[in-house]
Design a protein. Structure first.
Length: 188
């Protein structure tokens, strides 16, 4: 197992982040469950992992196993199978404000001017760092369950559309679509 890890990349000590050839993965949550059997308790682990290339592609996965490393490996593979592409404005923020929802988890994602940074809670922060967003303001309402928060964030990111795709759909030029956009620059 250690040999495979050295071939794929190195393991970072903080946050369970692993460097791969093109993807980084962040361990968001581990859940330990106990099954009571005749001889005592049997423990199982469930891992939630977010994977991204920091260039607009991101995915999440869930894996369950008797050991933590195996659960993380399964979750990482599941995340790589379910990647989505998120259009980024200037490669650093969202094109427009958006709401997302999954179950009782609700999130609001807002664009932000340069230098704002990632202002978001734990599970959402992992998603934004994996997708490569530098400036975003996010607020979660409702459920604080990491699974619901990540899924609600992905729901919002799937609704994100770029001006180029809107212009193509409407048969207009990108400049015509963008002329009504308000500036994000704050007046001094």
């Amino acid at each position: 197992m250690a040999k495979e890890r050295s071939e794929r990349g190195r393991r970072d000590d903080k946050g369970g982040e692993e460097r791969d050839s093109e993807f980084i993965d962040k361990l968001v949550h581990i859940n330990r469950v106990a099954k009571v059997v005749k001889g005592g308790k049997r423990f199982g682990f469930a891992a939630l992992v977010v994977v991204g290339d920091q260039k607009g592609r991101v995915g999440f996965g869930h894996g369950k196993a008797r050991e933590v490393p195996e659960a993380v490996r399964k979750a990482t593979e599941a995340a790589k199978r379910g990647l989505i592409r998120v259009p980024l404005r200037e490669g650093r923020t969202l094109h427009h404000d958006i709401d997302g929802r999954w179950g009782a988890g609700k999130v609001t994602l807002r664009t932000a001017p340069p230098g704002t940074g990632v202002i978001a809670g734990g599970p959402m922060r992992a998603v934004f760092e994996s997708v490569g967003m530098a400036d975003v303001v996010a607020k979660s309402r409702g459920s604080s369950n990491p699974y619901n928060m990540v899924r609600a964030t992905f729901d919002a990111l799937k609704k994100q559309v770029s001006p180029r795709s809107v212009a193509a759909r409407r048969g207009k030029k990108v400049s015509e679509v963008l002329k009504n956009r308000t500036n994000d620059v704050v007046a001094d």
